[in-house]
Design a protein around this ligand. Structure first.
Ligand code: GLC
Ligand code: CA
Length: 549
């Protein structure tokens, strides 16, 4: 772990904390029950107060909204439900005035079937855009070209009767996959990158980043010998195969090298970042997306904390494995929640969610904080008639439905939680407990989750050891505790986390004495003898320790 030294020279995307906004659900400004860009602008003061450094917006492009914006019908405009390009420019300008960077979601793997490119492509076999998507002949018996499956159920191939071929869709049939082996597609999609970077965007989060290169021979995926062991969430039949050929073809690395060169050109004016959505849990394989010379993605997103069993041993093992897999100089990152995963407060409980927040904000690497997690929002039960998510509609009951973690942000105790006017129904139901769980109430409560998140964010910002320091796990703690040291120059912070509901007694005599700076319970500070450190149930502490070296 020689490369895990504290780093003095860092970019904003290394020191900073990224806050993910699901725009439909953040703040509605015009009374249609759907969040929008002016709504986000209205909340920039909140975000700077909270103490994050960048906002990542899930897609806001024109879209038929089959997958709520991940089905893009125009990559260089804004959907009217969210605003327009002028509103977007205002958002970028005002965010920058607030010292907040702006990261756009970039969706290279597929378009909407309403995108003009696909409309042209499917219109005739000889259309110049035919090859912009992945078309193939049926097998002799008329069945799909191979056994590839869509993540949301059924074959990944859809028959087009008019032109007598199948097209590929890794997700929904209304989201056909682009053919990145076609140079014109690559150029057109690189132009999209230029379009947004020219508008002042500071980075891109690349959707389904691993999917853009498939096996050119379209070989069948082999069966999965362990279909019940998923590193991520269960996806039904999709888990019956090893996804060897339908994504992650080695040619993908050359594409990301070119992509990076494009970003690097723009980075001479101000550093831009590329984050890739990467559901890979084999860390050496995952780490390849940094590039052998750190010349691909700045950070493949790390979803390890989302699916790890919530116990100290497993969490430490995850962190140590990620650290060990990083190529020299590569910067780690951690995601604890997002728009595709159950809320962390639901997964691990409200009390452990506070420990999770301390973990996220004290690990080495860039944290991504999902909107609402700072107030402990939990999954909301969605009545069957209110279900919106296409993955839930396609695979009812399997559990991938993502509406529960996408419900409107709870701002205050007014009707509809201050998300939208009382005259309109929000696009998804609001959590029933919003009168207690909301920003205004927690702002006024100095022991709240929001107060904890705020304090941790301030501390991280003010403490180089936490923001950019090295990471060293500490042995000899009780089995339910994860203990590590972050260090920068002669500044050291000991983080002691109790991942259980039982009290714990830690003996760390070699650490000497220290000073508790913050507890997840927000009720104690001051000197402590580390030969005998008591942690209450669900408690984590950040402790200032003397530099003994
Ligand atoms: C990614 C997104 C998810 C979306 C899918 C298809 O996994 O995070 O929300 O549905 O890609 O674009
Ligand atoms: Ca609106």
């Amino acid at each position: 772990m020689g490369h895990n030294a504290g780093q003095a020279q860092t970019y904003w995307w290394q020191q900073g904390v990224i806050y993910q906004i699901y725009p439909r659900s953040f703040k509605d400004s015009n009374g249609d029950g759907i969040g929008d860009l002016p709504g986000i602008i209205a909340k920039l003061d909140y975000l700077t107060w909270l103490g994050v450094d960048a906002i990542w917006l899930s897609p806001i492009y024109p879209s038929p909204m089959v997958d709520f914006g991940y089905d893009v019908s125009n990559f260089t405009d804004i959907d009217p439900v969210f605003g327009d390009l002028a509103a977007f420019d205002t958002l970028v300008a005002q965010a920058h005035q607030h010292d907040l960077k702006v990261i756009m979601d970039y969706v290279p793997n597929h378009t909407s079937d309403r995108h003009p490119w696909f409309i042209a492509s499917r219109s005739a076999r000889h259309n110049p855009k035919r090859d912009w998507y992945i078309w193939a002949d049926p097998r002799p018996d008329g069945s799909p070209p191979n056994n590839w499956l869509a993540s949301w159920g059924g074959s990944a191939w859809e028959w087009d009767a008019a032109t007598q071929q199948y097209y590929l869709h890794s997700y929904h049939k209304a989201m056909p996959d682009l053919n990145w082996r076609n140079q014109d597609v690559k150029e057109a999609m690189f132009d999209v990158v230029r379009f947004w970077l020219d508008r002042g965007v500071d980075g891109l989060r690349i959707d389904s980043a691993q999917h853009i290169m498939k096996d050119p021979q379209l070989r069948d995926n082999p069966p999965n010998p362990n279909p019940n062991v998923t590193a991520h969430k269960p996806l039904g039949d999709y888990d019956s195969q090893l996804h060897l050929y339908d994504k992650g073809h080695p040619d993908i690395h050359a594409v990301y090298r070119e992509f990076r060169q494009l970003l690097d050109i723009y980075s001479t004016s101000s550093p831009r970042v590329a984050l890739g959505e990467m559901h890979i849990y084999d860390w050496p394989l995952w780490a390849r997306y940094y590039g052998a010379q750190l010349d691909e993605l700045h950070m493949p997103l790390n979803f390890g904390l989302v699916s790890v069993p919530w116990n100290a041993g497993a969490v430490r093992h995850l962190v140590d494995s990620v650290e060990a897999a990083l190529p020299p100089g590569a910067w780690p990152n951690y995601v604890l929640g997002n728009h595709d995963e159950p809320r962390v407060a639901t997964r691990i409980g409200q009390q452990q969610a506070r420990v999770g927040m301390m973990l996220l904000l004290t690990l080495r690497g860039t944290p991504t904080l999902y909107y609402g997690d700072e107030i402990g929002m939990h999954n909301v039960d969605i009545p069957p008639l209110s279900i919106q998510d296409p993955s839930e509609k396609n695979l009812p009951g399997i559990g991938p439905g993502r509406d529960p973690e996408r419900t409107p942000m709870q701002w205050d105790d007014s009707p509809h939680a201050g998300f939208c006017s009382s005259a309109v129904e929000p696009w998804l139901p609001i959590a029933p407990d919003y009168t207690q769980v909301n920003v205004a109430a927690q702002h006024a409560d100095r022991h709240s989750m929001l107060s904890l998140a705020h304090a941790l964010l301030q501390m991280r910002r003010a403490t180089p050891a936490l923001a950019v320091g090295s990471y060293t796990p500490i042995d000899g703690a009780p089995a339910d505790c994860f203990v590590y040291v972050r260090r920068f120059e002669n500044q050291r912070r000991l983080i002691a986390l109790n991942l259980s509901g039982d009290e714990q007694q830690l003996q760390l005599p070699t650490m000497g004495s220290g000073r508790i700076l913050i507890s997840t319970h927000l009720d104690r500070e001051g000197p402590v003898d580390l030969a005998s450190l008591h942690l209450r149930s669900d408690e984590g502490c950040i402790i200032e320790v003397e530099d003994t070296l």
